[in-house]
Design a protein around this ligand. Structure first.
Ligand SMILES: Nc1nc2c(ncn2[C@@H]2O[C@H](COP(=O)(O)OP(=O)(O)OP(=O)(O)O)[C@@H](O)[C@H]2O)c(=O)[nH]1
Ligand SMILES: [Mg+2]
Length: 360
């Protein structure tokens, strides 16, 4: 029988919510449609994936996609959808905050009216943020205002994690998604080639009772990255922009350390310059690992292995930089152009090499 609907639920440490959620969905969804639930679990320490595997013995339309060594709500949702063969997908949280009661209406609308998207909104008539703390609501409102810069279609709740979409709409746009961070709906609408045909249905958000929120400061950072990627990211790869920003911080660190060593120690210029270079490279590695590659962050033993490969790649980049700059300078190219071209080509080398060697 063809599958009508896949319900995609990203999870991280939600083992206390899984069973209740599966039961609620089975009690709500009409028997006349064929549907399934796909949990996409990022190898939760509380073993949510095991919980789902156990429960899927009782419910044969429930399965789990377990991802190892990865984090990210948006990428989890995308991969869950990619693993499905249904005509429509519903994305919802695994913490019981989304009201499953509106799913039948969502499904009826998207099918009858041939829509791309049906969005559960907390901010249209009848919707509400429930008992969500006021400061969270304010942050959400502010994030919504920022999002208008990159959205051609105005949504009342672009931060919503509760929405239904058609396969046709997803497939038209999947290759353009940024897949960064928490806000997959915003990503989808901002990436869409043509403005999606959509409606918003109100729902009242419930309070989380089991498990913990995963809203950490990194989520704000990832949100800004998503906005950046959807604006200037079309012209310059986002990672490269961040790599260059981190590189500039390294130049500053380099000069401060060099000045300090020259002023306060007896080291020769060569030694001081070498030490400053090493400190700057370490600085760049740490910040690139934290921000540029936050999704592939190296920890433990891999952190040190990565540091060594970073030193190696950047040393070669440095040789390329000065050789090229000197070559140009000797050809009578202006000093600043020679210097700049050397630095840019060296940086492109460093970016390309470390991308494939350090953060593979
Ligand atoms: N697969 C996966 N799921 C995640 C990740 N981060 C969060 N989730 C899940 O995404 C859903 C939404 O996360 P929440 O922490 O509830 O975020 P929120 O609803 O905006 O915040 P609260 O109101 O504080 O609950 C939940 O089902 C989480 O378990 C992740 O890195 N990977
Ligand atoms: Mg939640």
């Amino acid at each position: 029988m063809p599958l009508d609907l896949s319900i995609i639920i990203p999870t991280f440490n939600e083992s206390g919510n899984i069973k209740a959620l599966i039961e609620l969905l089975h009690n709500t969804i009409d028997k006349s449609i064929t549907w399934e639930i796909i949990f996409v679990d990022d190898n939760s320490p509380d073993k949510t994936y095991q919980q789902v595997q156990k429960l899927s013995k009782d419910w044969n339309n429930v399965r789990v996609l377990r991802r190892v060594g990865r984090r990210g709500l948006s990428s989890a949702v995308i991969e869950g959808i990619l693993s499905s063969s249904a005509d429509y997908f519903l994305v919802m949280d695994g913490d019981l905050q989304h009201d499953e009661g509106i799913i039948p209406r969502m499904f009826a609308s998207i099918k009858q009216d041939n829509l791309d998207l049906v969005i559960g909104s907390r901010f249209v008539g009848g919707g509400s943020t429930g008992e969500l703390a006021l400061n969270r609501v304010k942050v959400s409102r502010f994030a919504t205002i920022l999002s208008h810069r990159i959205l051609k279609t105005k949504l009342t709740d672009p931060m919503s994690g509760f929405f239904m979409l058609s396969r046709a709409f997803f497939e038209q746009n999947v290759e353009r998604l940024s897949a960064i961070g928490f806000k997959i709906l915003l990503d989808l609408v901002a990436s869409a080639k043509t403005p999606p045909k959509l409606i918003e249905l109100p729902y009242q958000m419930r309070k989380r009772t089991e498990g913990e929120s995963k809203l950490e400061p990194i989520v704000v950072w990832e949100y800004l990255l998503l906005l950046l990627d959807k604006s200037i990211g079309r012209f310059i790869p986002l990672r490269f922009m961040m790599f260059i920003l981190v590189g500039l911080s390294g130049v500053l660190v380099h000069l401060v350390v060099l000045k300090g060593l020259l002023n306060f120690t007896d080291y020769s210029f060569l030694i001081a310059q070498s030490m400053a270079t090493l400190v700057a490279m370490t600085n760049n590695y740490i910040f690139n690992n934290l921000f540029t590659y936050s999704d592939k962050r190296l920890t433990g033993f891999k952190f040190f292995k990565g540091l060594l490969s970073f030193y190696l790649a950047c040393s070669i980049g440095f040789v390329i930089n000065i050789t090229l700059a000197e070559f140009l300078f000797k050809l009578d190219v202006a000093w600043y152009l020679s210097g700049l071209i050397g630095a840019v080509i060296g940086s492109i080398w460093n970016y390309g090499m470390t991308k494939y060697i350090t953060w593979r």
